[in-house]
Design a protein around this ligand. Structure first.
Ligand code: G3I
Length: 417
């Protein structure tokens, strides 16, 4: 707190939600240009850079960010921040099925941005995201349910073979022993995968029935065609693929959101991962860890976060806070100094709770979902800056939350947690 008083307030012009209709086809680039205009809606409060670096805040907590390959290639400020602040990177979209297997059987690994950034910037860890999801699918998969089946094949068999080939091929690519993307011990830079993402809904049931909203299915084609065994199959294929490449260290995660707001979902995730933990391949459990996304907001209950961390930790698996962002956007709470204060405090709280309740040997780290409000998926989704959920702002200035998060990683943990 003491040095915070010394920080210079660079910009604090208040906040107004952008007015005007943004057409559905409006591109992210166009939106960002719009947001960057000096129209009185400038950035939130930013503070002077004191040289603090998140990746060095605590040697026992690896800090990552979801990164955007286009921005890494085109935005020097963004690239420099990624280089400086994090020691782990998750591809925000680049390793989703829609990008890696855009046509059936045609795998596209030509974009090496993630690997090159990881290698060039101090051999950062890569966390793979994601092998199996009901979203991020290419059209050829989305449309499969209505196609004619090859003779003698059931839909379940067809989808199972697609699932297994995708996992095997993608894992083999990043685990290729001949790859140049290695750490100092000769091991692959990609050390972990979200194998299955968001299999469960908020009631703790498997996502199933097709339910299209804004062009996205909230149900799961994998469940509808294969049944709930698709989860276990996916983890088994992943472990098998890693072992086939001689990688005995690859960490396999189940990643989801809502642990902190749905008790039913928390319980279902617990039961599911405990069941997966009992299943082995070559004598090794097919699951290693749990991704707790934590797309939360300034009103999220700390007691719920604590409870969720304690329950997930009790599985004995690795715990990755995998997609952290803390939105200001709560109905009835307009953007204000109080909201910013609540945000910075919550960033600190999350870091403290993680350190207090997850022992160092179960920590896979904390990954921020996006670097700044400029590249945040929330800015893109809502077409406004109302969420302002990240540690850096629209110009990649450091927000108050940045310093509090740093302190949460770095300072002694008060007994009040
Ligand atoms: O790249 C295309 C562009 O060519 C096209 O013109 C434009 C028009 O819609 O779309 C662009 O793709 C978008 C892509 O982001 C890149 O910006 C997709 O439509 C859009 O759906 C996609 O959204 C991503 C979303 O996952 C769905 O894949 C977000 O960036 C990404 O942050 C978000 O991340 C998810 C995690 O994977 C899982 N957990 C929740 C998290 C937030 O939703």
């Amino acid at each position: 707190m003491t040095c915070e008083k010394e920080f210079i307030m660079k910009i604090s012009m208040g906040f107004l939600v952008l007015t005007g209709i943004v057409h559905p086809g409006c591109s992210k680039d166009a939106l960002q240009k719009e947001l960057s205009k000096d129209n009185g809606v400038k950035n939130v409060q930013v503070l002077a850079d004191t040289g603090k670096v998140l990746q060095f805040a605590n040697p026992n907590v690896i800090i990552g960010a979801a990164v955007n390959v286009k921005l890494l290639a085109t935005d020097g400020i963004y690239r420099d921040l990624v280089k400086k602040q994090y020691n782990s990177i998750s591809p925000e979209n680049a390793m989703k099925m829609i990008n890696l297997q855009p046509q059936e059987g045609n795998f596209d690994f030509s974009d090496k941005t993630i690997e090159n950034v990881a290698l060039d910037f101090g051999k950062k860890r890569i966390h793979g995201h994601t092998l199996v999801w009901h979203r991020g699918l290419p059209n050829w998969v989305k449309n499969l349910e209505t196609t004619t089946l090859p003779n003698g094949t059931t839909r379940a068999q067809q989808m199972d073979s697609i699932l297994s080939r995708h996992i095997r091929t993608v894992i083999a690519n990043y685990d290729n022993p001949a790859s140049i993307y290695k750490d100092n011990n000769g091991k692959p830079l990609l050390k972990s995968w979200d194998v299955v993402n968001e299999a469960l809904d908020d009631n703790g049931d498997y996502r199933a029935t097709q339910n299209i909203s804004n062009g996205e299915d909230k149900g799961s084609i994998w469940y509808r065609t294969i049944g709930k065994s698709y989860v276990q199959k996916a983890f088994t294929y992943a472990r098998k693929a890693a072992e086939a490449q001689g990688d005995t260290d690859l960490k396999l995660f189940y990643n989801d959101y809502g642990h902190e707001y749905s008790a039913k979902k928390l319980d279902s995730i617990y039961k599911m991962v405990m069941a997966l933990k009992q299943i082995t391949f070559n004598g090794k459990p097919i699951i290693d860890g749990i991704g707790m996304q934590f797309h939360i907001n300034i009103n999220t209950s700390l007691a719920n976060i604590k409870n969720a961390l304690i329950k997930m930790k009790s599985t004995g698996l690795l715990i990755h806070i995998a997609e952290l962002d803390i939105s200001l956007n709560k109905p009835g709470l307009p953007f204000s100094a109080a909201a910013l204060d609540a945000q910075k405090q919550k960033y600190k709280d999350v870091a403290m709770l993680y350190r207090k309740y997850v022992p160092a040997n179960q920590r896979w780290g904390i990954t921020l979902w996006n670097v700044g409000d400029k590249d945040s998926w929330l800015t893109y989704t809502s077409n406004t800056q109302v969420d302002a959920a990240c540690l850096f702002d629209l110009d990649y200035g450091q927000k108050p939350a940045f310093f509090q998060f740093y302190d949460g990683l770095n300072l002694d943990i008060p007994a009040s947690y």
